[in-house]
Design a protein around this ligand. Structure first.
Ligand code: NDP
Length: 248
């Protein structure tokens, strides 16, 4: 996509913090109009102000990715404001790690709802416009967890493997026929608030060990997103698998 010289409209879910926020800043500073979505209104409004102060343009739409009606509203508001949409970054996600034996089934359900169904809802909401336009880009934030298990990650890893495989299916169905590019981004450990939802004491005890290494910064993931988005239309970046140098 020619972000710098054309008007490009990009929806970002989970834009209220870390990777989503960094992506919104990078893309808007390079000329894209960004639609900032998440549940925390204050955070999104703050980010919109920051973007506007720096000369960019952003629209805030509060939406819960688990609710299809919210995702439809997100796209409707985008179309009302800008007339079209070119890309979506399905970034919203949760990682309440726990060992299966502890049966935190409510947390399993939340992960399935946000990490898998949230991505499906985002795609379903935006797809009619992308198909009509015969162009566009869907970026799904999967994880290194799609490839390998880590302690307490049985359900989380399964959700991210689902996102990666769904992305490949989407690409095969959409790219050749409609010119819609699909990319799965698979980061290793990034220094963010993602671990804040962990409640399993068995995992919490191990976290400080994990946090000793130098992790990726949200901006490192943003570079991968920008790279995937800005390729010429003949190029589809299928996967970007990106790890901290110090991660095993
Ligand atoms: P954060 O916890 O900072 O961001 C998560 C984002 O998801 C927040 O903006 C949050 O916004 C949003 N979110 C959560 N639930 C919902 C919901 N129901 N509806 C809408 N938005 C929701 O963590 P990261 O920036 O690290 O996470 C972003 C993505 O990156 C996730 O998909 C994560 O799995 C993935 N990832 C992260 C890695 C890491 O090491 N940090 C590694 C690999 C992948 P709000 O609460 O305002 O709704």
């Amino acid at each position: 996509m020619d972000i710098k010289s054309k008007v490009i409209i990009i929806i970002i879910t989970g834009a209220s913090s870390d990777i989503g926020e960094a992506a919104a800043l990078k893309l808007s500073m390079n000329g894209a109009k960004v639609v900032l979505s998440a549940r925390r209104k204050d955070k999104l409004n703050e980010l919109k102000k920051t973007i506007e102060k720096k000369g960019g343009e952003a629209l805030v739409v509060i939406a819960d990715v688990t609710k299809m009606v919210d995702m439809e509203k997100l796209v409707d508001k985008t179309l009302e404001e800008y007339g079209t949409v070119h890309a979506i970054i399905n970034n919203a996600g949760l990682m309440p790690l726990s060992f299966v034996k502890n049966l935190k089934t409510d947390e399993w359900e939340k992960m399935v709802d946000v990490n898998i169904k949230g991505v499906l809802n985002g795609v379903a909401a935006v797809l009619p416009t992308l198909i009509k336009n015969k162009q566009g880009h869907i970026i799904n934030i999967s994880s290194v967890a799609a490839y390998r298990y880590f302690p307490g990650g049985a359900v989380y890893c399964a959700t991210k493997a689902a996102v990666k495989m769904f992305s490949e299916g989407l690409r095969q169905e959409l790219a050749p026929k409609y010119g819609i590019c699909v990319t799965s981004i698979e980061p290793g450990a990034v220094a963010t608030n993602l671990m804040d939802t962990i409640t399993d004491e068995d995992i919490l005890g191990k976290l400080s060990e994990m946090q000793k290494m130098t992790m990726l910064a949200p901006e490192d993931i943003t570079e991968a997103i920008y790279y995937a988005l800005t390729q010429p239309s003949r190029v589809n970046i299928n996967d970007v698998y990106i790890m901290p140098t110090e991660q095993q």
